[in-house]
Each structure stands twice: as C-alpha cells, then as structure tokens.
Design a binder for this molecule. Sequence first.
Ligand SMILES: [Zn+2]
Length: 210
Amino acid sequence: MKKINVLILFFCFCQGIFAQDKAEEYAKLPDSAMVELIRWDNTFVLDIRYATTNNFTKTVLYDCDKCFLRKKTALDLMAAQKEFMQMGYRIKIFDGYRPLSVQWKLWNTVSDKNYVSNPKKGSMHNRGCAVDLTLVDKNGNELDMGTPYDFFGKAAHTFNQNLPEQVLKNRRILREVLEKYGFGTIDTEWWHFSYRKVIYNISDQKVICK
Ligand SMILES: [Zn+2]
C-alpha cells in the first residue's frame, strides 16, 4: 500500500467506515478494523433488515444494507461459513455492526433488556462483534428455526425444547458450528451470536454507504 493510501485510509477510519475496493487490502488491517464482510467473502447471503421497513420497528434505521464486522470476527465467521458450505448450507445475515446511535433508536422502540441491549451499556453489535443470522439451503430457502428473525417470545428462546425435532436439529447445527469458531449464543434469540474470543470497544462510526 502506498504511503498516500495509508494516509487516506487512516483519515477515512477516523470519519467512518467504508468498503474498500480490493479485498486483499483487508489482510493488511489490524484485527480490530471494521471490514465489509461481503467484500472479503461473497458467499454470504445478506438480508439487512434494519436497512428496510421489514423489521420490528417498521422504520428504516440504516442508510444502506451493508454488513461490517471487526476483522478478526469476520475471519472466524468466514471459517464457519466454509464448514456450513461443506454441509450444503450458507449463512444469511440479518445484522452485524450497529452504530450506537441506532441502538438508541431500537431501545426507544423496545425498552426490554431481554430483547434490546440498553445503549448505556451498549450491545455486542455496537462493538462490531455480534451477528444475527440463520442458514439457507442450496436453493436459498431459510432452514426452519421455529420463528422468524426478531420474534420476541418464548418460541425464539435458544434452548426452548418445546419445538419440532427438525427445528431443534437446525438450531443445533447452527450453534455447534458457530461455537467451534468462537461464537456464543444468548438465551432469548436463536439468531444472535456474539464473538467470545476478544472484546472490542463500543463504536458509533458511521457506515459510509457508497
Ligand atoms: Zn443480535
């Protein structure tokens, strides 16, 4: 990377996060850098709900449907994706990094700490190391996980056993592979996985959409 590019890059990271033109540039960044996952590995399916009205707030919260994660988190998710693909599945992502200001908007809509982390403490999404996801099959159809994304109720509880056998099996596959690569579950949302290997600072970096 030329010196001038390093300067531009540094300047941009101070202002916000953005997609880089060449995926190989990511390899040179520090582990804590925010990277756009799809630029690095385009096998992921994206359905970033907060960039649409198809979410529980019924409002558009993001300026664009991009998924950023901390570099180290992204690398382990890419390793998990490889294993899922060997099984005939792919990861479909509903949400990744979420700026703290958006966390406030969510909190003001659902002030229930079982479902939305209090922005005063911040969410793992605000740290760029949590992902909301599911699996799709070779035809792009979502596996049956028992509830849709952002369903707030007992049926979505990760360890609820009162569900059809196929749902329990699908959730088990999702969990077991992701746990291998350092991602842990929470009790109330089967789709949420937090990266456990490192804890990063809360961020409110704006995602640059272009
Ligand atoms: Zn989540």
